[in-house]
Ligand binder design. Structure first.
Ligand code: ATP
Ligand code: MG
Length: 436
């Protein structure tokens, strides 16, 4: 994209409504704008990040065997009456009526709807297991929406739902998701630690929250640094091997990890390599047995013909919260530092002398070769303004094109994360940006 033709409204002033770095930076870098309390419009740069995160989440869900679907945001209140959650869910649920006075709600989560879909679609144990997910907007009328997209009212979530014949099957589904989550967060460039959790309004018996360390996190967390070196790659564990999944689950539940509520000082004292700090919840997984399948009447014929109630789990990732969480984890005084995997563009091309024939020609050449992966700062602005905006926006690479270098066909390449600069040819700049 050419910056002169883009809606990337960067701002220099520090927005007074934002209390934490990621919120300030998301506003300043022109990623989002608030449209009402806790509800955000995603502008081009922000939307590209959101889509990059969603793509990585999707790829890892697919690799684990989960199937993507898309359920609507609006749900019938009747489904929630069947599970018994309609009255209990409280003021967080946005309730509305259609023109026929039928009760609807904007989904805060989808256990009821997916259970209804399975109830209509499967009859036999042979059709299990199933794991279905979607990436869809949710609404929770949070009492105190804050920290920008980190605690919004409308937010994008990946939610998956597993159905198994029995508890043993459901535990395998749970482990697969835990493995998929570890891989997802590592690809996003953050270290997320699974911590045993209470189940809250989703309910159930077994749950883990995935938490990343960041100074502005909402809870205090403690974990053994041993987590950071566990290899979770496909070379180490296969989704197709139950033995691998069990070994993985054992490895994941051995080192110490706890949120404030579950913290045990005696056990913590024995940990040699401690990590401690504020944590942001970026995902949570639940096994809850027949909590929804039973009251909603989901049944399949078992191997002996008798009716069986499937066991379920649900698995959430806060896709839009992650945009803020990644910035909390990776920024400095100058701005955002995007990981290559999620950056809106891999590089910014900074033309330091618009109108100079050599500068323009080199910039156009690089812009064409980077094919959609670059934001070209073609504004008629001072170099300092371009440097500041590029640092603020956090592009992994800056290709800096000035008249002196351009005359000999050279450009300067800056790596945002390290500040490292090098003078290279156009070809080398492109190779580096693409890691060739
Ligand atoms: P929290 O404890 O932060 O309120 P939760 O436990 O209620 O979250 P879950 O039901 O576990 O949330 O939802 C799955 C994921 O969705 C969470 O791990 C979080 O990343 C994200 N999420 C939940 N609520 C919000 C929100 N209000 N704004 C943005 N993301 C959210
Ligand atoms: Mg949660």
């Amino acid at each position: 994209m050419r910056l002169t033709r883009s809606l990337v409204p960067t701002i220099k002033e520090i927005p007074s409504e934002a209390q934490i770095a990621s919120h300030r930076l998301m506003l300043r870098a022109g990623l989002v704008r608030q449209t009402s309390a806790g509800i955000y419009a995603w502008l081009p740069a922000g939307y590209r990040v959101l889509q990059n995160i969603a793509r990585i989440v999707r790829e890892e869900q697919d690799a684990s065997g989960a199937q993507e679907v898309l359920m609507p945001t609006l749900q019938s209140a009747d489904l929630w009456r069947q599970s018994g959650r309609y009255d209990g869910y409280g003021a967080e649920m946005l309730r509305l009526k259609d023109r026929h006075e039928r009760d609807l709600l904007y989904g805060p989560t989808n256990e009821e709807m997916i259970t209804d879909l399975l109830r209509q679609s499967i009859k036999s144990y042979r059709e299990l297991p199933q794991n279905l997910y979607h990436i869809q907007w949710k609404f929770r009328d949070e009492v105190r929406p804050r920290f920008g997209v980190m605690r919004g009212r409308e937010f994008l979530m990946k939610d998956a739902y597993s159905f198994d014949l029995d508890q043993a099957g459901a535990v395998i589904a749970y482990r697969k998701m835990m493995l998929a989550y570890m891989r997802t967060f590592r690809r996003l460039g953050v270290q997320a630690i699974p911590m045993a959790a209470d189940t809250g309004p989703i309910g159930g018996d077994l749950s883990h929250e995935f938490i990343i360390l960041a100074p502005t996190g909402e809870s205090q967390v403690y974990y053994d640094a041993a987590f950071e070196t566990i290899d979770t790659s496909p070379a180490a564990f296969s989704f197709d091997s139950e033995a691998d999944l069990e070994r993985f689950a054992t490895l994941m539940t051995t080192p110490y990890a706890a949120t404030d509520e579950k913290h045990d000082e005696a056990a913590w004292a024995k940990v040699t390599n401690k990590r401690e700090g504020r944590g942001i919840e970026v995902g949570q997984i639940f096994y809850f047995g027949t909590k929804y399948s039973d009251p909603m009447g989901l049944r399949v014929a078992g191997p002996d013909g008798a009716q069986v109630i499937p066991h379920m789990g649900s698995y959430g990732i806060g896709v839009s919260r992650l945009v803020g969480a990644l910035i909390e984890a990776h920024h400095d005084d100058a701005g955002i530092i995007w990981d290559d995997a999620v950056a809106p563009w891999k590089a910014a091309i900074l033309n330091l002398k618009m109108g100079d024939a050599a500068c323009n020609a080199i910039c156009e050449d690089i812009y064409a070769k980077l094919a959609g992966n670059a934001l070209y700062d073609d504004r008629d602005e001072r170099a300092g303004v371009k440097f500041n905006d590029a640092d603020l926006m956090g592009h992994p690479w800056q290709v800096i094109v000035g008249p002196r270098g351009a005359a000999k066909g050279m450009v300067e390449l800056k790596r945002r994360a390290t500040g490292e600069r090098m003078e290279v040819s156009v070809e080398d700049a492109i190779r580096k940006v693409f890691f060739l």
